[in-house]
Design a protein around this ligand. Structure first.
Ligand code: GCW
Length: 664
């Protein structure tokens, strides 16, 4: 049965016989590789995939079939002959060259790279080509990552097994069973991460102690062998293990009466702790830290800066090659949150140690369906930044709505910091990227099957932020559901329209967080006065430099002036930056309040239409997945209607202006 467990790694018989024969010609023969490779993950993946895709006619060592040559340039004369030295040098440590050609009079496939990880990524690239039914004739891919550190961040709570903002299941990590029992699911998790070309993972929630959470325990001796077991699962897949740590560890895990970074005992404690970890996990990645944020402790208690706090940890990890990722999600609940991170961190530019990354959420609020980018990007030239996205859909429908975020992430990553005429893109300012994971122990990992498209898209964009979201969506659909044109067209259209639809029925014009304060899923406009600032005459938050909280003023030009002025502020962010009268006219002549109602109505109509579009797939895909998504889409349409009603009713009352369109 099709249950979504395999993610996009579904290896199925290639149905087109001509194509299959071509595949057998190019890579149906021997895998020629160094012995060390044959003990590794890439080889296992080939062994798993090729027979499944090539089918019965496939025989290893088939005399007529072409071989796959794997390794560096020196591994085999076929590689040296088909791959240029400069070409391979150009792909760096993690890239690869994947090509087909002829060797000794027979077709051949080459996977060349400078490291095991590069080979692994090249292998997954070959398999993707085969899964998509692409031709191998003249194939020549030269590829390398644009971001150096590519992270999955899990917000899983050790001991408890729950997942912060996780939907549809519990944590995949059974810390009680580790290290003795390593669930086979963990191996599939590692494969999935590698196929996304992620090279690092944080396995526990950044909240480590609040409300009785026990993530801080990962630093206790009891957990070290468990961590080592996880690192062992990840290592063959080229993924480094990181953990979130509590800043007060010296006193919660250890027995010191302080965690002051200036205290020599504290510094020694962290150094010893790091040494203890590296003794059992020599390739350990390092720490992620949420400090002085939402109840997680930090250096401010001791009147030390974030830089002093981060640098102390960096000093402990540096001798072992480890990194600190220090989160910039720091705010005071009083007043507008948006300008605060910049005010807090910008003065620290240049003060962080070399092995520290400042990890910044894509926007200044909190993973909303629409926000401007964080002003820290581009503002910290002497600090390494990591951008954090949220794959788990906390504010974008959780596992109840399809909301494909590829376009949103692409817009953020490609944001022209200095205006459209300049080449500077937001992603040029970061060398690390983190995605808060949406996977759990449900059979299909993500609850809503279509949410896997977000997992997939994150990996593709992390590798290359310039990849088109439509291409990603189309690849994902074909890998997941097969290549029937109606199937591809239908699901891609749903994915493409899903983010705009969700924005329309929940939060158009950048109005912001109108959801309930607990689970963040239901509409609760009455409780969000400080977000929408509605009064009898108008709505929206003034964040201008002149009269508001000043967020607009933190941008460099041309954005500062554009956002500052009502006339040039992009309408999609109008209510984010400005408080306007309900009767303010948009460019197309409609009043903003009517357009606001209209967009809610439109959003609901689109969500309803998804259920109609999906019907075209009946019998074109398997029943299990057809039914699963059908139910989800119908629940979504109902919930979208709930949003529309709640929001439109509320603003009709506040403004006294009825919806002239009348809804649907
Ligand atoms: O978005 C908010 C979430 C919290 C989360 C926090 C953070 C991990 O509601 O659940 O805590 O952000 O990113 O630290």
């Amino acid at each position: 049965a099709e249950d979504g467990y395999e993610f996009w790694l579904r290896y199925r018989l290639e149905a087109d016989t001509a194509r299959r024969n071509e595949y057998i010609q190019y890579c149906g023969g021997e895998v020629v590789a160094p012995e060390s490779f044959k003990a590794g993950a890439a080889y296992l993946e080939l062994k798993r995939a090729l027979p499944a895709i090539l089918g019965k006619a496939f025989q290893a060592n088939n005399a007529k079939a072409g071989s796959i040559y794997v390794g560096g340039r020196n591994a085999h004369p076929a590689i040296a002959s088909l791959v240029g030295a400069g070409e391979l040098a150009g792909v760096g440590e993690e890239g690869f060259v994947l090509r087909t050609g002829a060797w000794e009079g027979r077709p051949a496939t080459i996977i060349a790279a400078n490291s095991t990880r590069g080979i692994l990524y090249g292998t997954f690239a070959l398999l993707r080509t085969l899964q998509l039914g692409g031709s191998l004739q003249g194939l020549h891919v030269v590829d390398a990552p644009k971001m150096r550190h590519r992270f999955a961040n899990h917000w899983d709570n050790p001991v408890r097994g729950s997942i912060e903002r996780g939907y549809g299941g519990k944590s995949i990590f059974d810390w009680n069973a580790l290290p003795k029992k390593v669930d086979s699911r963990l191996n599939d998790w590692a494969r999935m991460l590698a196929s996304m070309r992620l090279n690092a993972v944080v396995v526990n929630n950044v909240n480590t102690a609040k409300n009785g959470l026990e993530g801080w325990r990962l630093l206790t001796p009891e957990f070290l062998p468990k961590l080592a077991a996880l690192a062992g699962v990840l290592r063959p897949y080229g993924v480094k293990l990181y953990i979130s740590v509590n800043f007060f560890s010296p006193s919660i895990v250890g027995s010191l009466d302080t965690a002051d970074p200036a205290d020599a005992r504290v510094r020694a404690w962290w150094k010893n702790k790091a040494a203890e970890i590296y003794k059992v996990i020599p390739d350990f990645g390092g720490f992620l830290v949420k400090a002085d944020s939402e109840g997680e402790p930090g250096p401010l208690k001791y009147k030390r800066t974030h830089a002093e706090g981060a640098n102390m940890l960096a000093e402990a990890l540096a001798p072992h090659g480890g990194y600190v990722y220090w989160r910039a999600f720091v705010y005071n609940a009083k007043g507008d949150r948006t300008p605060q991170a910049y005010n807090q961190f910008k003065p620290l530019d240049g003060k962080f140690a070399k092995n520290v990354f400042l990890q910044v959420k894509n926007g200044p609020v909190d993973f909303q369906v629409r926000e401007p980018i964080s002003t820290l990007f581009g503002a910290m030239p002497r600090t390494d930044l990591a951008v954090e996205f949220q794959i788990t859909q906390e504010y974008t429908g959780q596992d109840r709505h399809v909301c494909f975020l590829g376009q949103m992430w692409s817009d953020v990553l490609r944001f022209p910091l200095k205006g459209e005429k300049n080449d500077a893109r937001m992603w040029n300012t970061t060398d690390a990227i983190a995605g808060v994971m949406n996977i759990n122990d449900s059979r299909n990992w993500t609850g809503h099957l279509l949410a896997q498209a977000n997992t997939y898209a994150f990996g593709r964009l992390a590798w290359n932020p310039e990849t088109s979201p439509d291409e990603i969506a189309s690849d994902w659909v074909r890998l997941t559901f097969g290549r029937d044109p109606v199937v591809v067209k239908t699901i891609v259209s749903i994915l493409r329209d899903s983010w705009p639809a969700y924005e329309n029925y929940t939060s158009p014009f950048g109005i912001g967080m109108l959801c309930d304060r607990g689970k963040h899923i239901d509409p609760a406009p009455a409780s969000r006065g400080s977000v929408h600032r509605a009064d009898a005459k108008g709505f929206g938050t003034n964040r201008t430099a002149a009269k508001g909280s000043g967020y607009a003023g933190q941008f460099s030009e041309p954005w500062r002036s554009r956002y500052e002025k009502l006339g040039t502020c992009p309408e999609e962010l109008l209510l984010f930056f400005h408080h306007v009268p309900y009767t303010h006219k948009l460019k197309n002549g409609t009043t903003v309040i009517q357009a606001f109602y209209d967009r809610h109505n439109e959003g609901v109509a689109t969500a309803r239409d998804f259920t109609e579009r999906w019907k075209a797939l009946n019998k074109l895909i398997d029943k299990e997945r057809y039914e699963h998504v059908r139910k989800k889409l119908s629940e979504q349409a109902g919930h979208a209607e709930k949003w529309r009603q709640s929001i439109n009713d509320y603003f009709e009352k506040r403004s006294g202006i009825p919806d002239a369109g009348g809804g649907s």
